[in-house]
Structure formats: structure tokens, C-alpha cells
Design a protein around this ligand. Structure first.
Ligand code: PAF
Length: 281
């Protein structure tokens, strides 16, 4: 494995090694979800860079940033066990933000307006700033993102096309624990009781994910709230149904259209998000 903290070091390394390049941007605390992106990137490309950088500009809450888990030694061990050729880019803020650690301002229209966009103001400007910097500097052929952060994936696809960055943005399925909980670095912040309770999030989404006729979303939301209320530590932040193209929440599910269900739930103090596609029987 090659570990670099500056873009210049990576550039030198890549000059000696031609071929296609895959990028897996992460904030570290790697889990099987990240590793599945890395495996896909390794299968598709000659070289793979995994960036590990906790991006301050995407946190709208300083406490959340302070609490964000990190374990670079374990991350490197995991990556090395997959493939010794992996390039790890673990920069300081100065390497990605040469002037000021500040988010740029973008217009992603409805894609960044609802859900995470509404509940984490400024979040997508921060994500887009760092992803733009990574894509411009590293110039990968392909970049890999998980569908758990579905809205983030859609925003990055739009960023890539708006700025004509020419990268193939690849969305990969959410990887789940055996009990259905979507893998997330935040899961390690859950205590035993919260971790057990959190399984109810996907179990309830699964119950709602198949439908026969038109569905009334306020009834679905009421069902979700009632079901997760079985666990005292769970609290719903948002529940939306939207078409995956525009991500504009709707009030009714009309047949023959593609809709996904998106939720954010607090388990104790830890905020978890998840989503699922709705399927008509
Ligand atoms: O999904 C993440 O881990 C982050 O939002 C990303 C894409 C690495 C940008 O910091």
C-alpha cells in the first residue's frame, strides 16, 4: 500500500504508473460498505486511490465534526489486507483547501433543497467543494459512492455534469449488516441498546417498500413513527417519498412511477439515514 499526504506525491507516483484510475472518497472509519466500493474500483481500474479526509466544511454542527469517529491505523490495515497496490491519500486541509477552509456555493436546484439539504444547511456545498477538489486534482476515470447517501450521490452526479469534470460517477448498492442496518461509520457511535434498536429502521422501511395501490404518504409516515416508537431511543427526523431524479417530496405515490423512501432517524444522539426503493406488487 502507498500512503501519501500530498497531491504532489500522488502525482509523482502516478506518473510512473499509467492506466485507468478509480477514486473512492471517504472520511475514514472504513467499514464493509467502503470496502465494497474499493473492491468494485479495483475490479474496474488499473489503480485505485482511497482518499481519507474528514471534511470540515460539510459539517453544519461543530459537535458532530468533533465526535466523528477516526481510526487511520485500522483503515490502512484494512485497505492493505485487500490489495497492497491501493494508494491512500490522507491529506491535511491545506492540500485540498489551499486558500481558506471554506465551502463554495453551488446551485443544485431541487436535488440539494429537501431532506439532507433542508436539515443540514450548507452540507451539500461542503460535500461538493471537497469532491470537486478531489476530482479536479486526482483526475480519476471513475469515482465510487454508496447509495445510502442517495441524495449525495445525485448531487455529485450533477456537480460532475455541471462542471464538465468528465468522471464516471458510479453509485453502488447500500451494504447492510446481517440484521439489515445500513453500514455507516456512525454506527460505531451507538451503544448496545441503540445499535439493537436501530435495526427497526430498515425493518420498517422494508415493510413499507412493497405496495399494491396508490399510497397515502402521511399514512405511511404514521406507520413508520408508530413502528419505531417500539424503541424508546429512536426518534424520526424526516420521512419523505420522492422520485430519484428530482428528489422533490410528493404527497401521494402514483403507480408506474419510480419512487424512493428516505428517512433520517436519531438513535439516542446519533443521526442515521437510510432509504429504499418502493416496489409495486
Ligand atoms: O460520504 C462521505 O464519506 C463524504 O461525504 C465524502 C463523499 C467523502 C465527502 O467528504
Amino acid at each position: 500500500m502507498f500512503v501519501f499526504s500530498t497531491y504532489n506525491q500522488i502525482q509523482k507516483h502516478l506518473k510512473k504508473n499509467s492506466g485507468t484510475l478509480g477514486l473512492v472518497p471517504t472520511m475514514g472509519s472504513l467499514h464493509q460498505g467502503h470496502l465494497s466500493l474499493v473492491q468494485k474500483a479495483l475490479a474496474d481500474n488499473d489503480h485505485v486511490i482511497v482518499s481519507i479526509f474528514i471534511n470540515p466544511t460539510q459539517f453544519n454542527n461543530t459537535n458532530d465534526l468533533k465526535k466523528y469517529p477516526q481510526n487511520i491505523a485500522k483503515d490502512q490495515e484494512l485497505l492493505n489486507s485487500i490489495d497492497e497496490k491501493i494508494i491512500v491519500y490522507n491529506p491535511d486541509a491545506g492540500d485540498l483547501y489551499p486558500n481558506q477552509v471554506i465551502a463554495k456555493s453551488y446551485d443544485f436546484g431541487s436535488l440539494a433543497f429537501y431532506m439532507e439539504g433542508a436539515f443540514r444547511p450548507g452540507h451539500f456545498n461542503g460535500v461538493a467543494t471537497v469532491v470537486e477538489a478531489l476530482l479536479r486534482k486526482l483526475k480519476p476515470n471513475r469515482a465510487y459512492f454508496g447509495q445510502k447517501d442517495f441524495q449525495q450521490l445525485r448531487v455529485i452526479q450533477l456537480l460532475n455534469s455541471q462542471l464538465e469534470l468528465g468522471v464516471e460517477i458510479i453509485g453502488c448498492h447500500t451494504v447492510r449488516e446481517n440484521d439489515g442496518l445500513a453500514m455507516s461509520s456512525r454506527n460505531q457511535m451507538l451503544n448496545k441498546e441503540e445499535r439493537k434498536a436501530a435495526t427497526l429502521i430498515y425493518k420498517t422501511l422494508e415493510k413499507l417498500s412493497v405496495y399494491r395501490d396508490q399510497r397515502n404518504i402521511s399514512q405511511m409516515k404514521a406507520f413508520f413513527i408508530k413502528n419505531i416508537a417500539k424503541e424508546k431511543c429512536l426518534k424520526l427526523e424526516y420521512f419523505f417519498v420522492a422520485n430519484p431524479n428530482e428528489l422533490i417530496p410528493v404527497k401521494k405515490i402514483k403507480p408506474n412511477k419510480n419512487f424512493w423512501l428516505y428517512v433520517s432517524v436519531y438513535a439516542g444522539k446519533t443521526r442515521l439515514i437510510d432509504n429504499t426503493e418502493l416496489k409495486r406488487l
